[in-house]
Design a binder for this molecule. Structure first.
Ligand code: GLN
Length: 488
């Protein structure tokens, strides 16, 4: 069989409609690739049910207007899936089987997509390395020696698309958890405006920052997916009531006269000449197509405060939201003489160090005597920053910078946590979560055989504008639909 899974969603759909391939054949191949993969990407492979559904869908003609029909996909294991164990890669949730599907899982089911696996993540979606989940490290498929990370927290979903096991995968993005691994894996990683895609059934981490997000291998596929997922949902009380366009695919890559801002301090904090050259080339491409690209300045102190503010706000929200992980309602029960002791036992055994650290920090920030000094201060920083970004958006249509200061990091690498490179370039993507802006990472080059990406962020609800400019960038780089499999 030709390798249809190496194609984009749109191309696979065409092949399905033309009967070159069936949902069953596609699903069998996706399962074969999933089982063959050695990067530790999966919590659960749903072989039996995926095959059953694929067989069912193969019995009739493929509806031409249902792009996702018969297409296999993977979901991060922090989406509720009815009847399937869902642990968010945490021992605290071992054995937990949800009673309902997350809204996005339901929408994809209705669209005819076939869920073939639940993927690994950094425990409870906290973290950016893909190393803290209860199944251990998830590796980068561009490196069969397993020296490099793919990054997280949506590590397994990133592997699934980068290794062409499936053409798209669901993830979640609270600080950068889809848009950062996308850079390490040569993928298009997108998160929408806060409130556009329902989060019902996505395990909360930090609800004022959480977004459903996803990986694809092209900008077109990213836009196609939003058509399916951006539906209003009364089950999510933070879901926007704003009218959605009938199609997010309504763009043509025309950037004539578009004004794009590059934040100078982010640009200056990145030292790698290969990454910087590729970024400059993509800026020139945009200019050649008629866009106006200019440097703007943002207070370096404020940029350096993104990560501390993010950690305080997200940890505080997480401590409070995850209070229900007490060893009684979900997951294994370890016993104890009092409620406190039961909770103590299950949390001691159930959480990794990273989670414990963040909960200590979150609780500290929320204590009455610390709130003003820690929690409210972080909120003020968030506010100041969003004000500044909104000011930039008065004059510009988009903000564009490298998504990361480096290619995929080494498993045993170290970084200087107080350097500008770390504090600014490694963590600026959280701006997209602070302000709830639509934001997309896409590949713009390779170094030592590893891809790297740039990120484009637009005003709230300006998704079409975002895809439009992203398409122009993708046309310029020619890096649509790349995968580790293609480059081997
Ligand atoms: N890397 C960030 C963190 O450590 C982002 C996590 C996320 O987006 N879920 O929390």
């Amino acid at each position: 069989m030709e390798n249809y899974l190496d194609l984009t969603i749109y191309e696979i759909h065409k092949a399905l409609v033309n009967k070159e391939v069936t949902p069953l054949e596609l699903t069998k191949e996706a399962l074969r690739r999933a089982k063959e993969n050695k990067d530790n990407a999966f919590e659960l492979i749903l072989e039996e049910d995926a095959l059953k559904l694929a067989e069912e869908l193969s019995k009739t003609d493929i509806p031409e207007d249902k792009i996702m029909y018969g297409i296999p996909y993977v979901a991060k294991d922090n989406f509720s899936t009815k009847g399937y164990e869902t642990t968010a890669s945490s021992n605290v949730l071992n054995g937990y089987i949800p009673l309902f599907d997350a809204t996005v899982i339901k929408l994809l089911k209705e669209a005819g997509a076939i869920l073939i696996a639940k993927s690994t993540l950094d425990e409870l979606a906290m973290g950016g390395t893909g190393t803290t989940g209860h199944k251990g490290i998830t590796y980068n498929p561009y490196d069969s020696t397993h020296e490099r990370l793919i990054g997280g927290s949506s590590c397994g979903s990133a592997v699934s698309v980068a290794d062409a096991i499936v053409p798209f995968a669901l993830g979640s993005d609270t600080g950068d958890s889809v848009r950062k691994p996308a850079s390490n894996a040569g993928l298009v990683g997108f998160k929408p405006t806060w409130g556009l895609i329902s989060r019902f059934g996505l395990f909360p981490f930090s609800p004022s920052l959480d977004h459903v997000a996803y990986f694809t291998r092209s900008v077109d596929d990213s836009a196609l997916m939003l058509d399916i997922l951006a539906k209003h949902d009364d089950n999510d009380y933070t879901n926007s009531f704003k009218d959605r366009p009938s199609t997010y695919f309504d763009y043509n890559g025309d950037v004539k006269g578009k004004k794009i801002a590059v934040i100078k301090e982010i640009y200056d904090s990145i030292q790698d000449p290969i990454l910087n050259d590729a970024f400059n080339v993509s800026i020139n491409e945009l200019k050649n197509k008629g866009a106006i690209v200019e440097f703007v300045s943002l207070d370096e102190k404020l940029l350096k405060a993104i990560y501390p503010a993010y950690i305080v706000i997200s940890s505080a929200e997480a401590t409070s939201n995850d209070a229900n992980l007490d060893g009684i309602k979900f997951g294994p029960y370890y016993g104890g003489k009092s409620y406190q002791e039961v909770m103590f036992n299950s949390r001691t055994k159930g959480f990794s160090n990273l989670i414990k650290r963040r909960f200590v920090l979150g609780s500290y920030a929320l204590m009455a005597e610390n709130q003003e000094e820690v929690f409210l201060r972080a909120q003020k920083i968030r506010h100041l920053l969003v004000d500044k970004i909104n000011e930039i958006f008065k004059d510009y249509d988009a903000i564009y910078n490298l998504a990361s200061p480096s290619i995929a990091p080494f498993v045993n690498g170290t970084s200087n946590k107080l350097s500008s490179e770390y504090l600014i370039a490694d963590n600026w993507l959280a701006i997209g979560n602070f302000g709830g802006y639509p934001s997309i990472t896409l590949p713009i080059g390779f170094k030592d055989g590893f891809p790297f990406g740039a990120n484009l962020t637009c005003k709230p609800f300006e998704e079409i504008e975002l895809f439009n400019i992203a398409k122009a960038i993708e046309n310029g780089t020619g890096l649509a639909n790349i995968s580790a499999r293609n480059s081997k």
